[in-house]
Design a protein around this ligand. Structure first.
Ligand code: ADP
Length: 157
Protein backbone atom coordinates (compact mmCIF):
# COMPACT_ATOMS: atom_id res chain seq x y z
CA UNK A 1 0.00 0.00 0.00
CA UNK A 2 1.26 3.45 -0.83
CA UNK A 3 2.08 5.59 2.17
CA UNK A 4 0.62 9.06 2.02
CA UNK A 5 1.34 12.06 4.24
CA UNK A 6 -0.57 15.32 4.41
CA UNK A 7 1.51 18.48 4.59
CA UNK A 8 -0.85 21.19 5.85
CA UNK A 9 -0.24 24.92 6.06
CA UNK A 10 -1.43 28.35 5.05
CA UNK A 11 1.26 28.80 2.38
CA UNK A 12 0.76 32.58 2.22
CA UNK A 13 2.84 32.31 0.04
CA UNK A 14 4.70 29.01 -0.41
CA UNK A 15 8.48 29.47 0.12
CA UNK A 16 11.57 27.45 -0.74
CA UNK A 17 11.55 26.37 2.92
CA UNK A 18 8.17 24.66 2.33
CA UNK A 19 9.48 23.15 -0.94
CA UNK A 20 12.46 21.74 0.98
CA UNK A 21 10.10 20.15 3.53
CA UNK A 22 8.13 18.49 0.70
CA UNK A 23 11.32 17.16 -0.94
CA UNK A 24 12.43 15.64 2.37
CA UNK A 25 8.95 14.21 2.89
CA UNK A 26 9.14 12.46 -0.50
CA UNK A 27 12.12 10.47 0.80
CA UNK A 28 9.90 9.10 3.58
CA UNK A 29 6.50 8.78 1.91
CA UNK A 30 5.25 7.66 -1.51
CA UNK A 31 2.85 10.55 -1.88
CA UNK A 32 2.59 13.99 -0.27
CA UNK A 33 -0.73 15.79 -0.32
CA UNK A 34 -0.21 19.48 0.36
CA UNK A 35 -3.25 20.82 2.22
CA UNK A 36 -3.76 24.54 1.66
CA UNK A 37 -5.83 25.82 4.58
CA UNK A 38 -8.57 28.30 3.82
CA UNK A 39 -7.96 30.26 7.10
CA UNK A 40 -9.71 33.52 6.12
CA UNK A 41 -9.47 34.65 9.77
CA UNK A 42 -5.67 34.81 9.41
CA UNK A 43 -6.17 37.74 7.00
CA UNK A 44 -3.93 36.24 4.33
CA UNK A 45 -2.11 38.35 1.74
CA UNK A 46 -3.23 35.93 -0.98
CA UNK A 47 -6.71 34.40 -1.09
CA UNK A 48 -6.98 30.62 -0.98
CA UNK A 49 -7.37 30.31 -4.79
CA UNK A 50 -4.09 32.16 -5.38
CA UNK A 51 -2.27 30.23 -2.63
CA UNK A 52 -3.58 26.93 -4.03
CA UNK A 53 -2.58 27.91 -7.59
CA UNK A 54 0.97 28.88 -6.56
CA UNK A 55 1.46 25.52 -4.80
CA UNK A 56 0.05 23.59 -7.81
CA UNK A 57 2.30 25.45 -10.25
CA UNK A 58 5.36 24.87 -8.04
CA UNK A 59 4.89 21.08 -8.10
CA UNK A 60 3.45 20.72 -11.60
CA UNK A 61 6.27 18.34 -12.66
CA UNK A 62 6.15 16.23 -9.50
CA UNK A 63 3.77 13.25 -9.94
CA UNK A 64 3.93 12.21 -6.27
CA UNK A 65 2.67 15.55 -4.98
CA UNK A 66 -1.01 16.45 -4.92
CA UNK A 67 -2.57 19.67 -3.71
CA UNK A 68 -5.89 20.08 -1.90
CA UNK A 69 -7.73 23.00 -0.34
CA UNK A 70 -9.31 22.45 3.04
CA UNK A 71 -11.22 24.33 5.69
CA UNK A 72 -12.29 21.63 8.16
CA UNK A 73 -10.36 19.35 10.46
CA UNK A 74 -6.96 18.17 9.32
CA UNK A 75 -7.72 14.59 10.39
CA UNK A 76 -10.75 14.62 8.08
CA UNK A 77 -8.55 15.69 5.19
CA UNK A 78 -6.14 12.86 6.10
CA UNK A 79 -9.02 10.32 6.08
CA UNK A 80 -10.15 11.57 2.67
CA UNK A 81 -6.73 10.75 1.18
CA UNK A 82 -6.17 7.59 3.24
CA UNK A 83 -3.15 9.27 4.81
CA UNK A 84 -1.69 7.89 8.02
CA UNK A 85 0.76 10.71 8.61
CA UNK A 86 0.96 14.47 8.90
CA UNK A 87 4.19 16.11 7.73
CA UNK A 88 5.43 19.32 9.34
CA UNK A 89 8.67 21.29 9.24
CA UNK A 90 10.73 22.55 12.14
CA UNK A 91 12.98 25.55 11.93
CA UNK A 92 13.94 26.64 15.42
CA UNK A 93 12.91 25.99 19.01
CA UNK A 94 10.30 28.73 18.57
CA UNK A 95 8.33 26.45 16.22
CA UNK A 96 8.21 23.69 18.79
CA UNK A 97 5.50 24.92 21.18
CA UNK A 98 2.86 25.36 18.48
CA UNK A 99 3.84 22.18 16.64
CA UNK A 100 3.73 20.19 19.88
CA UNK A 101 0.21 21.45 20.65
CA UNK A 102 -1.01 20.73 17.14
CA UNK A 103 0.50 17.23 17.01
CA UNK A 104 -0.93 16.37 20.43
CA UNK A 105 -4.38 17.66 19.50
CA UNK A 106 -4.39 15.74 16.23
CA UNK A 107 -3.33 12.58 18.07
CA UNK A 108 -6.30 13.01 20.41
CA UNK A 109 -8.58 13.36 17.40
CA UNK A 110 -7.15 10.27 15.69
CA UNK A 111 -4.49 8.19 17.44
CA UNK A 112 -3.75 6.26 14.23
CA UNK A 113 -2.30 9.31 12.48
CA UNK A 114 1.36 10.07 13.23
CA UNK A 115 2.91 13.51 12.89
CA UNK A 116 6.38 13.40 11.31
CA UNK A 117 8.77 16.37 11.50
CA UNK A 118 11.60 17.18 9.16
CA UNK A 119 14.22 19.87 9.63
CA UNK A 120 14.70 22.56 7.05
CA UNK A 121 17.93 22.99 5.17
CA UNK A 122 20.17 25.34 7.16
CA UNK A 123 19.98 28.16 4.62
CA UNK A 124 16.16 28.19 4.81
CA UNK A 125 15.82 28.14 8.60
CA UNK A 126 15.17 31.89 8.65
CA UNK A 127 12.60 31.79 5.82
CA UNK A 128 8.95 32.25 6.71
CA UNK A 129 5.90 33.34 4.71
CA UNK A 130 5.53 36.35 7.01
CA UNK A 131 9.11 37.39 6.31
CA UNK A 132 8.52 37.06 2.55
CA UNK A 133 5.34 39.18 2.76
CA UNK A 134 7.04 41.92 4.79
CA UNK A 135 10.20 42.14 2.69
CA UNK A 136 8.38 42.08 -0.65
CA UNK A 137 5.81 44.67 0.49
CA UNK A 138 8.73 46.99 1.27
CA UNK A 139 10.26 46.36 -2.15
CA UNK A 140 13.01 43.95 -1.06
CA UNK A 141 14.36 41.13 -3.22
CA UNK A 142 13.01 37.69 -2.25
CA UNK A 143 13.87 35.95 -5.53
CA UNK A 144 16.24 33.45 -3.84
CA UNK A 145 13.63 32.44 -1.27
CA UNK A 146 10.42 31.66 -3.19
CA UNK A 147 9.52 29.47 -6.18
CA UNK A 148 8.98 31.14 -9.57
CA UNK A 149 5.13 31.13 -9.49
CA UNK A 150 5.26 33.19 -6.27
CA UNK A 151 7.80 35.62 -7.67
CA UNK A 152 5.57 36.23 -10.70
CA UNK A 153 2.62 37.15 -8.50
CA UNK A 154 4.66 39.28 -6.09
CA UNK A 155 6.10 41.19 -9.05
CA UNK A 156 2.61 41.69 -10.46
CA UNK A 157 1.27 43.35 -7.30
P1 ADP B 1 0.95 27.53 9.38
O1 ADP B 1 0.00 28.60 9.00
O2 ADP B 1 0.31 26.25 9.82
O3 ADP B 1 2.09 27.98 10.29
P2 ADP B 1 2.87 27.55 7.24
O4 ADP B 1 2.51 27.46 5.82
O5 ADP B 1 3.49 28.82 7.70
O6 ADP B 1 1.60 27.12 8.03
O7 ADP B 1 3.87 26.37 7.62
C1 ADP B 1 3.55 25.03 7.39
C2 ADP B 1 4.62 24.15 8.00
O8 ADP B 1 5.85 24.36 7.34
C3 ADP B 1 4.91 24.36 9.47
O9 ADP B 1 5.17 23.11 10.06
C4 ADP B 1 6.15 25.21 9.48
O10 ADP B 1 6.91 25.01 10.65
C5 ADP B 1 6.86 24.64 8.27
N1 ADP B 1 7.79 25.59 7.66
C6 ADP B 1 7.53 26.82 7.19
N2 ADP B 1 8.65 27.41 6.70
C7 ADP B 1 9.64 26.50 6.89
C8 ADP B 1 11.05 26.50 6.62
N3 ADP B 1 11.65 27.55 6.10
N4 ADP B 1 11.72 25.40 6.95
C9 ADP B 1 11.10 24.33 7.52
N5 ADP B 1 9.81 24.27 7.82
C10 ADP B 1 9.09 25.35 7.51
Amino acid sequence: MKQTAIYPGTFDPITLGHVDVVRRGLKLFDRIVIGVADNPNKGPMFDVEARFAMVCETFIAEPNVEVARFSGLLVDLAHGFQAHAILRGLRAASDFEYEFQMATMNRRLDAAIETAFVMAREDYTFVSSRFIREISTMGGDVSALVPAPVLLRLDGR
